[in-house]
Design a protein around this ligand. Structure first.
Ligand code: SAM
Ligand code: DTB
Ligand code: SF4
Length: 339
């Protein structure tokens, strides 16, 4: 392919399908070639998730354990105290994560809850961790306040193609999602946006989702590719073992090729992938993961298992040297002030 590894925003569906459909070895070789043009191939960025408000969500996302419409057995919880987030952030940092991703089961954050969210961002940043939030839709004022608080990333997924989306969510439309992503990007906050594979969508829906991201003016900085975690009590509970892992790896490789400088995140569903399948995902250009024993309401591989896999593969966890230096400086200033 010509211009392999160059940033383009004019990808067509046919081009992306052709990338995805080529022989597996050619696809992986191409993805690995692009990956090496922009990244250290033996380094993976790690984010840890914290569910800061669990369950009772007003949206009707068919995959989600936290929708009030789904009869799941998760524990509903009010918004966490800042202190509890701080404690979890310390554990994540100790284990080597560089980013804390705080998620809330909201359609959108309310005025009442927002000051505490801002406080969480400041406190977590103070530890030298990067911050990411995923709170649902945002208005202009909220985006500005998050930027002022120093938020590094905002996660807001498109989940699937525009055509398949109404089969999964009816309480908000695709354009709502695109609008929030646009606001976040315009404010200068890094966008994290991806989707889910295995909800009953077709191959072409997966290519179309990638096309939507790859034709944005700025590709999302981070693109999480989730493998559906089928949850009892959700309309997608029956979608067990429906996705071939090679198809999942093909999507990862195609994401790497069409968005050469984005972090491609191997996200939910890793517990149902073998170590070998995950190794192929890294070979295909995945270079970040959620790290820590839990996702939001479901299990993730245990950190020790991930460390063992990294060791077998010779993969290093990325360190955020800038954030560490900043936190060190802040700690020095605090100790000077309190001396
Ligand atoms: N409420 C916010 C929202 O929807 O933007 C933030 C939290 S929501 C749980 C974040 C993302 O997690 C969803 O957009 C979806 O892509 C992913 N997700 C949720 N449940 C999942 C599941 N069962 N399997 C795979 N991915 C899932
Ligand atoms: C993303 O794309 N995946 C993460 C994060 N962004 C917020 C969430 C995965 C959730 C998996 C199901 C659960 O644990 O409830
Ligand atoms: Fe609510 Fe987010 Fe779950 Fe949808 S994915 S039901 S918006 S928590």
């Amino acid at each position: 392919m010509q211009n392999l590894g160059q940033i383009r925003n004019d990808w067509t569906l046919e081009e992306i399908r052709a990338i995805m459909d080529q022989p597996f070895n050619d696809l992986i070789f191409q993805a690995q070639t692009v990956h090496r043009m922009h990244f250290n191939p033996n380094e993976v960025q790690t984010s840890t998730l914290v569910n800061i408000k669990s369950g009772g969500c007003a949206e009707d996302c068919a995959y989600c354990s936290q929708s009030a419409r789904n009869q799941t057995d998760i524990e509903k919880q009010h918004m966490m105290e800042v202190q509890e987030v701080l404690e979890q952030a310390l554990v994540a940092k100790e284990r080597g994560a560089t980013r804390l991703c705080m998620g809330a089961a909201w359609r959108n954050p309310t005025k009442k809850d927002f000051p505490r969210v801002l406080e969480m961002v400041k406190v977590v940043k103070g530890l030298g961790l990067e911050t990411c939030l995923t709170l649902g839709m945002l208005n202009d004022d909220q985006v500005k306040q998050l930027k002022d608080a120093g938020l590094d990333y905002y996660n807001h997924n498109l989940d699937t193609s525009e055509a398949f989306y109404p089969k999964i969510i009816t309480t908000r439309n695709y354009q709502d999602r695109l609008d929030t992503i646009d606001k976040v990007q315009q404010a200068g906050i890094n966008v994290c946006s991806g989707g889910i594979i295995g909800m009953g969508e077709q191959h072409t829906d997966r290519a179309e989702l990638l096309r939507t991201f790859a034709t944005m003016r700025h590709h999302p900085n981070s693109v999480p590719i989730n493998l559906l975690v089928p949850i009892e009590g959700t309309p997608l509970a029956h979608m067990k073992d429906k996705t071939d892992s090679f198809e999942f790896i093909r999507v990862i490789a195609a994401a790497r090729i069409v968005m050469p400088q984005s972090y491609v995140r191997l996200s939910a569903g890793r517990t149902s992938l073998t170590d070998e399948a995950q190794a192929l995902c890294f070979m295909a250009g995945a270079n970040s993961i959620f790290y820590g024993d839990r996702l939001l309401t479901t299990d993730n591989p245990e950190s020790d298992h991930d460390l063992m896999l990294f060791k077998k593969l010779g993969i290093e966890m990325q360190r955020d040297v800038k954030a560490e230096a900043k936190a060190q400086k802040m700690a020095e200033q605090i100790s000077e002030l309190t001396a």
